[in-house]
Write a protein that binds this ligand. Sequence first.
Ligand code: ATP
Length: 215
Amino acid sequence: MDMEQAKIPQATAKRLPLYYRFLNNLHSQGKLRVSSKELSEAVKVDSATIRRDFSYFGALGKKGYGYNVEYLLSFFRKTLDQDETTKVALIGVGNLGTAFLNYNFTKNNNTKIEMAFDANEERVGTEVGGVQVHHIDDLENKLGDLEVAILTVPASAAQGIAERLVEAGVSGILNFTPARISVPSRVRVHHIDLAIELQALVYFLKHYPLMEDEP
Ligand code: ATP
């Protein structure tokens, strides 16, 4: 994202890929405009939040007209760097790592796992989902100018690998391990713990059951 959009709140920025994906679908169906109500139902974000989010980038919906799909899409494309593919490294080709390598990220957004690393000699030298698996010892040699990494190693290895990634110039880490990793403040870590997310969902279902909409 460029400096011009640096003032968008983080919570808004996190929703942009969601909006982008939906608007792209609308655009390919030939739709020219969309209301915040329609968007709200599709992306499950309340319409007041959508209107506030959109106001940050100067998209003011007109009453009875909605938002111009083309305008929003071109804004998102620029903001999300969709014109450029971001190359990503994946560390740890176990069950989860393998699933990510086989999953085609480029279908919905412009990120691509370019290379993978593992410590297991049997995996090194193989190709998974069309991506070459290198030995973790070669991390610093092979990374080049990659700045984003996905971490799917065991929790015990996470901190050590994160330090090596940072040292090698990585500035963004998507951490799927349960370990909380410490990195310098200039490095952004997003943490996704699938087990905890699932547990939280079950907890909410039990303690905060959702009501059916009034007819
Ligand atoms: P599996 O046991 O089937 O490999 P898993 O996802 O349960 O799958 P984990 O023990 O979580 O396995 O390890 C994930 C992957 O990380 C494995 O492929 C393992 O070889 C690799 N790995 C473990 N330690 C390191 C390390 N220090 N550096 C790089 N890769 C590592």
